[in-house]
Design a protein around this ligand. Sequence first.
Ligand SMILES: Nc1nc2c(ncn2[C@@H]2O[C@H](COP(=O)(O)OP(=O)(O)O)[C@@H](O)[C@H]2O)c(=O)[nH]1
Ligand SMILES: [Mg+2]
Ligand SMILES: [Zn+2]
Length: 319
Amino acid sequence: MSGVATPVSLPMPDGEIVVDGVVLQGTGGQWEVLTDSGARVIASMRGRLKQEIDGVRKLAVGDRVTMTVDANETVGCTITHIHERHGKLARRAPGGARGERIVVTNLDQVLVVFAAARPDPHPRMLDRFLVIAEANDLAARIVVNKCDLLDRAHVRALFADHVRAGYPVHYTSVTTGEGLAELQREVQGRSSALTGPSGVGKSSLMNALFPSLTLRTAAISDSVNKGRHTTVGAVLHPLPGGGFVADTPGLREVGLWGIDAGDVAHCFPEFRPLLGQCRFGDCTHSVEPGCALRDAVDAGTVSRARFESYVKLREELEA
Ligand SMILES: Nc1nc2c(ncn2[C@@H]2O[C@H](COP(=O)(O)OP(=O)(O)O)[C@@H](O)[C@H]2O)c(=O)[nH]1
Ligand SMILES: [Mg+2]
Ligand SMILES: [Zn+2]
């Protein structure tokens, strides 16, 4: 764990003291926890807790925990309790193991970042991220960065379907500062997972919003971090003034795992009012006559591009 602060020495009376905090990063054995008083400590799980939760609830980045530090221990803390969770991103356990692996938990929202250009936005990939967020019951916010590279009308046209679908869309530029104050208001005080293709400016954005964060940007970090990110997993960055940003290895890793083909249509919010209205109750919205969703696409009230994303994702899940 690079960049992890050395454990602070907490005041230790006789016996134990109890502290609560949030898990920022870690792997199997050692976890970095931000205590409610603002200290970063290294903690490990109490042996008994490991057994109790085996297969049921493993510790994850984002978890709120209770730790004890006892007078005999000179370094580190012992995690004795994992608090209730909400808003998790999970993926299939690696290596063919059964069950899920939680990427990050206690999230309030997902920020899906694309660039207006360089690299060009990829609407199908955006829809995939949005479906993953919906399937995990997480609110999603779209950030279109590098708006300095394209004229305003052109950028707005690229994301018009998503605005129409009801997603909040932020148009930003780290270069000109456009949209940064509005985005900052939505990120401050919340826990957000940051995702999107490499090179769109995710790290640059967070550093611009919160200068003390100093996430690594551009090409160097991508090559340096490639191996690291596959092994380490999500890292939660505490924001000055409250809240967290999780630098996830990407929703791509989370994938469509756990989503039923029959549920995909529900992961498109603008489809939902139409879903009970098809002639057949089990309509897949592909070939059936009397399909309310396809009628809406033909009438232009539902975006054809979004519908095509639905068809592709459904086919993928059926395969
Ligand atoms: N023109 C322009 N370039 C940007 C903007 N934001 C970031 N960049 C550049 O895009 C490159 C990738 O940025 P980075 O933050 O590392 O992207 P990440 O991979 O998504 O974290 C860097 O060279 C940044 O300087 C922006 O708003 N406008
Ligand atoms: Mg980055
Ligand atoms: Zn239908």
